[in-house]
Design a protein around this ligand. Structure first.
Ligand SMILES: [Mg+2]
Length: 255
């Protein structure tokens, strides 16, 4: 069984715009019997919301079960012993906690852990509460370390920027869950077979994720953040875009 493990932003879409040919290429993969797992470091949305967006933007409609987010990876680090959880984040984190039956709190004094992701409603009070909880010994989990994420009109502060504020104020380093860390790699590995192709636009997250499992192969596409001349993890293949990546996988799968 061949699987493509696919990043989203910069690979199949940019913001609300499809990367040309991406939807048709996803359909080709599915028709060829290749498994597709979508993996994103964006913790703001639930798997259902991510699947909806992929369908809306590309015309290829995946099952929510084929989506893995950094929020799900962060929650996979926690058990009921870490509850209640104080959240600096959005629906994606809250829904991932709810689906695992892990309680949340808005009272930082009773929090046994703090999960921080991208939070577009961030306030000084929220940063102060999260930092106080961590300083008082709560476990500190970060969905991901990405400093920015791409938006229609440029780069916006990502989870890493908010995590850095809490880390600085609490004098504590977090445990990171998203790409390229082991937690999200384990979640993905549980869903795929032994012929795995990781397609992404970032060396430090996507291509580094591929390096976490010896057999996984990596394909860098040039429609997003990283370019061929960037330094970092070295991809096995570099192609122009997702459609070209799909050609490569279909021509070389299983071999
Ligand atoms: Mg990307």
């Amino acid at each position: 069984m061949t699987d493509v493990v696919c990043d989203l932003d910069g690979v199949i879409y940019r913001g609300e715009t499809e990367v040309p040919g991406a939807g048709a290429a996803l359909t080709r993969l599915a028709d060829a019997g290749v498994g597709i797992t979508f993996v994103t470091n964006n913790s703001a949305r639930t798997a259902e919301q991510v699947a909806d967006k992929i369908g809306r933007v590309t015309g290829f409609h995946p099952e929510p079960a084929s989506v893995v987010t950094s929020a799900m990876a962060a929650v996979s680090l926690l058990s009921q012993d870490d509850a209640p959880v104080f959240v600096v984040g959005e629906t994606g984190i809250r829904e991932a906690l709810r689906s695992e039956g892990i309680d949340m709190t808005e009272d930082e004094a009773e929090a046994r852990s703090v999960v921080v992701g991208v939070a577009r409603h961030i306030s000084y009070d929220l940063l102060a509460q999260a930092s106080a909880a961590v300083r008082d010994g709560a476990r500190f989990i970060a969905t991901n370390s990405d400093p920015t994420f791409p938006a229609a009109d440029g780069l916006l502060p990502g989870a890493g920027s908010i995590v850095a504020a809490v880390a600085t104020a609490s004098l504590t380093e977090p445990e990171f869950a998203g790409k390229p860390n082991a937690e999200i790699s384990d979640l993905v590995n549980a869903r795929v077979g032994d012929d795995v192709w990781v397609v992404g636009d970032r060396l430090d997250t996507d291509i580094a994720l591929a390096e976490s499992v010896a057999e996984w192969r990596s394909v860098l596409v040039l429609t997003g953040v990283s370019s061929e001349s960037d330094t970092g993890p070295v991809p096995d293949h570099v192609v122009a875009d997702f459609a070209a990546a799909v050609e490569l996988v279909l021509a070389n799968r299983g071999g």
